[in-house]
Ligand binder design. Structure first.
Ligand code: SIN
Length: 538
């Protein structure tokens, strides 16, 4: 017999969006349970569980005292990168809240880098026309943010009202017979009996799905859990064909799993992307050259790899003074891979990095399912469109995490435990072998796709055997299988190339840019009939 815990808010995930929500909700008096897959926070672990920790470049934000910048300008850069699929209203709302959110991060203890005058230092990344990216520890922004948030969470937890269920994976969002969320079920590593937390509000802050692919910049827990949970709860998903490949992931032949990100900020400080013959990768491709939006640079890098027949391109860092001091994370990652910086060239390839689409939400993190919220990478607010602008993700995470907490405060209310419409702890779900899935996705659904490759992966996914979900790895494999199904369906439905979705059989962008929405009906992923209105024509 499962004895349920209860809370006012369950937060699934412990990255920037999740912890921002916990701290805000707790400050308003809510009882919060955090369910996350990582271990208890230990600052000295080399591998960490959240994508937030691995963010390098920084947080894109318009500072109020910067006459050279404005929210309008940040919005224009965001919409340009989004290739006609960003929602201008949602984007303005989120970007406009940026400075207040960064101020919260500072109040929670994040120490951003400062220039000699004491002002926040700013750098530039792809797609930004001005320097507006604040950073910490040089290129260790995510680590600094995550560390500060964990410390703040620990202090809040000591004061009571917060419970953290570490090394636990949510297996189901529970609903009542009216379809309203009433909590979650979860399994915990090493504990045979599944658990239940009853709560009127559940926030999915589970991050992305980089491990759909054999190599990624994402931590190992990025397995599409939130997409799968939301779909099974009846929420809608959109824009999942837009999986962003970062142009510069460290190239180490044959390795699988998480690989070191080589931040775009290096190009912001003068780094140049060159091919194996030393020629510029981006010359003549885009007016912003090496600082073009990420999709443009990633495709230029791939074209250079094809042209030269060499397995990677190189980031030329020879013009950057005191490289190791400014970019300690990249320096450590390069050295850990057994490479040296002495040549001034870092070998890089495009790598799976960010899920631009996700669970459809409004600008308060509400999905269409009453009581179910989503924030951070798992959510599709409309900010990223077909291609996320660099360093908009941490910003969105903190803004939306704080807003989600506000909704939880409003929706606070008692849950009737007897109203739960079944707790399916013994689930059998389709789950493909992970290596087989990753190899197929890497081959056919990566930077370039075509109809026959997509059809082959769809057939493979349909053949996935059902598996009893007995632990974290089973739950992850089932999430990867379901999420891959949506990515493939969305990519097959989009017969054009746009942003980070490139169809070699449809190289052009069509004028009719609109988001497609997907749902799960009787176990089958289908395009939802009430398709979204066009947000912006491309
Ligand atoms: C980077 O530092 O290049 C990555 C930042 C981001 O993904 O926005």
């Amino acid at each position: 017999m499962v004895v349920p815990r209860s809370a006012d808010l369950v937060v699934v995930g412990a990255g920037v969006a999740g912890i921002a929500a916990v701290l805000t909700a707790r400050a308003a008096g809510l009882r919060v349970v955090v369910v996350h897959k990582g271990p208890r926070w230990q600052a000295d672990r080399t591998e960490q569980a959240t994508a937030t920790f691995y963010a390098q470049g920084g947080v894109a934000v318009v500072m109020p005292d910067n006459p050279a910048d404005s929210v309008d300008s940040h919005l224009a850069d965001t919409l340009a990168a989004g290739a006609g699929l960003s929602g201008p209203v949602a984007s303005r709302s989120i970007l406009g809240a940026g400075w207040a959110a960064v101020s919260e991060l500072i109040s929670w203890g994040t120490q951003f880098d400062r220039d000699p005058t004491g002002a926040l230092a700013r750098t530039r990344e792809g797609g930004h026309r001005v320097r507006r990216i604040v950073h910490a520890g040089g290129d260790a922004t995510g680590a600094a943010v995550q560390r500060a948030l964990w410390v703040a969470l620990g202090e809040a937890q000591a004061a009571g009202g917060i419970e953290c269920l570490d090394e636990s994976v949510v297996t189901q969002v529970l609903t009542d017979i009216a379809g309203r969320v009433v909590g979650v079920s979860y399994v915990r590593a090493g504990v045979a009996e599944p658990g239940v937390v009853l709560a009127p509000t559940v926030l999915l802050a589970t991050g992305g799905a980089g491990h759909l692919y054999a190599a990624t910049t994402n931590p190992s827990g990025a397995t599409g859990d939130g997409i799968a949970l939301a779909l099974r709860a009846g929420a809608r998903i959109a824009d999942l064909e837009f999986i962003q490949f970062h142009p510069t992931m460290l190239y180490t032949p044959g390795e699988r799993g998480r690989r070191t990100l080589v931040t775009e900020a290096i190009r912001g400080e003068g780094g140049r992307l060159v091919d194996a013959d030393g020629a510029s990768v981006t010359a003549g491709v885009h007016p912003l050259g090496d600082l073009a939006p990420r999709d443009v640079v990633a495709n230029a890098a791939m074209a250079a790899i094809d042209r030269t027949g060499h397995p990677c391109v190189y980031l030329d860092i020879s013009g950057i003074e005191r490289f190791a001091a400014r970019f300690p994370t990249v320096t450590a990652g390069v050295r850990a891979a057994g490479l040296s910086l002495h040549s001034g060239l870092i070998p890089v390839v495009p790598g799976a990095h960010y899920q631009c689409g996700g669970v459809v939400t409004d600008t308060f993190a509400r999905t269409g399912v009453p009581g179910l919220l989503a924030a951070g990478e798992v959510a599709r607010t409309g900010l990223h469109g077909a291609n996320r602008l660099a360093s908009n993700s941490l910003l969105e995470g903190v803004v939306m995490g704080i807003r989600a907490a506000g909704v939880a405060v409003t929706d606070r209310g008692a849950i009737r435990g007897d109203a739960v419409d079944g707790v399916y702890c013994d689930q059998d779900l389709p789950a493909l072998d992970r290596t087989t899935l990753q190899d197929a996705m890497s081959r056919h659904v990566a930077l370039r796709r075509d109809a026959s490759g997509l059809a082959a992966v769809a057939t493979l996914l349909e053949s996935a055997p059902r598996r009893r979900i007995a632990g974290v790895a089973d739950a992850e494999d089932a999430s990867l299988t379901l999420t891959a199904g949506v990515v493939v369906a969305a990519a097959a439905a989009r017969g054009e190339s746009r942003g980070c979705h490139v169809r070699s059989d449809f190289p052009r962008s069509e004028l009719d840019a609109r988001s497609r929405y997907f749902g799960l009906a009787r176990g089958v992923i289908s395009e939802v009939a009430d398709a979204a209105p066009v947000s912006v024509l491309g």
